[in-house]
Design a protein around this ligand. Structure first.
Ligand SMILES: Cc1cc2nc3c(=O)[nH]c(=O)nc-3n(C[C@H](O)[C@H](O)[C@H](O)COP(=O)(O)OP(=O)(O)OC[C@H]3O[C@@H](n4cnc5c(N)ncnc54)[C@H](O)[C@@H]3O)c2cc1C
Ligand code: SF4
Length: 485
């Protein structure tokens, strides 16, 4: 039935059948199951120890994958964690959360399933933590130099650990009330429980890294004051300015950025009081945008008891098999099925959101969407294909436009590049002496493995700046990127 504007109006009765949200009680614990040790050794034993290990190339950290695969196969867990730690400060994060580009470039993957490298990685570090093999490595001597790291996500933490171990006195400043960046307040516990962060912070504290949570640099302390107080500053503030959708109805109550919702949920799961918490309980939830953020909203909404969860993406559904244009050993864009997708909900592609619609109380009640078509190289809503999807809670997971700029520009004149990221040179340095940039603040919203790689590489650059030379390793991939800049 056409409405006065000619749009197809869907009544309650005509709504497409949605897959019911699972009725079993879903908890917030990690979804992964403990791997079978025998199966894991068999997997590690499938590694062919290739003459040219393309998996090194695939991993931004340059992890020594064939070496720790072999040690795992031999049952030498202690040696395996030493090899793994030599290139990766936090395998407990990457082993759970990395999309594993290494597996896309595993040579076995040419004609059979790749070695489950990420699974081997997480098993090595979990065994190491449970056996007490992860011990603090405080520096043998202090250099007397001081470094401020701003931002406590994986980039800031990796830089801080490397610099502390090199003997510098390092303080990590974080505006949130707890340390961890997106690992803490973006990523939900069902993907990684927060104890994974806490046990690593215990090691870092014992090594001498100082943590200052609840301090907003630019407000509580200016960037200029920080530069005066410290010999070097690492900007690792992430890229968390969300991409908006400025269409009619955007300001309606019930339409929110995904990070607002996820942060509140993470606080609540941590046991904090969240007055007026946004929750999906008893609501039809629509998540706009795929990707990790969208998937995290889906899993969170199901756990809160949503009536339905619909995930819309404007692009085409990616292929389930490696596309011809992205041959081995490239990391292909594939149709991703994360645990949150397996738990329920609907995913729709080639859908453009045209308008948010409200009820009598002025709250969002539905979204009007349309199929898309290409016009002049742009994907636009196709006239006559409009329909409504019921929505009491709409979450915008449309990506991020870059880091916050204002206080960095105003207080120390830090330049930003054409894409809105902090501008930096080949050595993670900026035009301001002693100011370095690592992680998403410099490359835009990316991955944890890249943040760790950049934190390590920036630490090596800071050490060189302070000491004239460095013995800190710099990941091969991060260095390759820096040289290419
Ligand atoms: C919801 C979500 C899920 C994700 N899931 C995955 C995943 O499964 N796998 C994956 O590889 N990647 C994932 N990512 C991307 C990944 O989390 C980021 O690429 C990574 O955390 C970037 O690390 P970072 O250290 O550069 O910055 P962040 O982790 O963003 O940390 C930056 C920190 O700086 C702090 N800060 C900013 N400004 C100031 C200031 N002025 N003073 C003090 N502190 C400040 C912020 O509060 C924040 O804590 C996800 C991202 C999101 C948003
Ligand atoms: S960090 Fe990621 S890319 Fe590197 S070995 Fe681990 S899973 Fe693979």
């Amino acid at each position: 039935m056409a409405d006065p504007k000619g749009f197809l109006k869907v009544t309650e009765r005509e709504l497409p059948k949605r897959r019911p949200v699972p009725v079993r009680i879903m908890d917030w614990k990690e979804v992964y199951e403990q791997g079978d040790p025998a199966q894991l050794r068999r997997q590690a034993g499938r590694c062919m120890d290739c003459g040219v290990p393309f998996c090194h190339q695939g991993c931004p950290l340059g992890n020594l994958i064939p070496e720790w695969n072999d040690l795992t196969w031999r049952g030498e867990g202690r040696a395996a964690i030493d090899r793994l730690h030599s290139t990766n400060n936090f395998p407990e994060f990457t082993g759970r959360l990395c999309p594993a580009p290494c597996e896309s470039s595993c040579v076995l993957g040419i004609n059979q399933p790749a070695v489950t490298i990420k699974q081997v990685e997480v098993s090595i570090i979990d065994e190491a933590f449970s056996n007490g093999w992860v011990q603090p490595h405080p520096p043998a001597r202090l250099t007397g130099k001081t470094v401020a790291v701003v931002g406590s996500g994986p980039a800031g933490l990796a830089a801080a650990q490397q610099l502390t171990r090199a003997g510098h006195t390092v303080a990590v400043y974080e505006r949130d009330d707890r340390i961890g960046g997106l690992l803490r307040y973006g990523i939900p516990d069902f993907k990684m429980e927060k104890r994974q962060i806490d046990q690593r912070l215990a090691q870092m504290t014992a090594e001498g890294t100082r943590f200052r949570a609840g301090v907003d640099i630019g407000t509580d302390i200016t960037w200029a004051q920080l530069r005066e107080r410290y010999d070097a500053v690492v900007v690792a503030t992430g890229a968390m300015v969300p991409r908006d959708l400025p269409i009619p109805g955007r300001d309606l109550p019930g339409v929110h950025f995904a990070m607002e919702y996820l942060t509140q949920s993470n606080h609540a799961v941590a046991g904090d009081q969240v007055p007026g918490q946004l929750t999906a309980e008893g609501k039809h939830v629509v998540v706009l945008g795929g990707g990790d953020t969208g998937a995290d909203c889906i899993g969170t909404a199901h756990r809160q008891g949503a009536l339905s969860v619909t995930n819309l993406a404007i692009g085409k559904q990616p292929s389930e098999i490696r596309p011809v244009g992205q041959p081995w050993p490239m990391h292909p864009t594939l149709f991703e099925v994360q645990s949150a997708h397996e738990e329920g909900g609907e995913r729709e592609y080639l859908v453009s959101t045209v308008e948010f619609l409200h009820n009598d109380a002025g709250e969002v009640r539905a979204i009007r969407v349309a199929e898309t078509e290409f016009v002049d190289g742009k994907r636009l809503p196709k006239a006559g294909t409009e329909r409504e999807i019921p929505a009491d809670l709409v979450l915008l997971a449309l990506g991020f436009t870059g880091p916050e700029q204002q206080t960095l520009r105003d207080q120390i004149g830090l330049p930003f590049d054409g894409r809105g990221n902090a501008a930096r040179g080949a050595d993670y340095d900026t035009s301001l002496p002693g100011v370095f940039v690592a992680g998403d603040a410099g490359r835009g919203q990316s991955l944890i493995v890249w943040a760790i790689a950049e934190g390590r590489a920036a630490a090596a650059a800071v050490d060189r700046y302070l000491e004239g030379d460095t013995r800190l390793p710099s990941p091969i991939q991060a260095t390759a990127r820096a040289i290419a800049v």
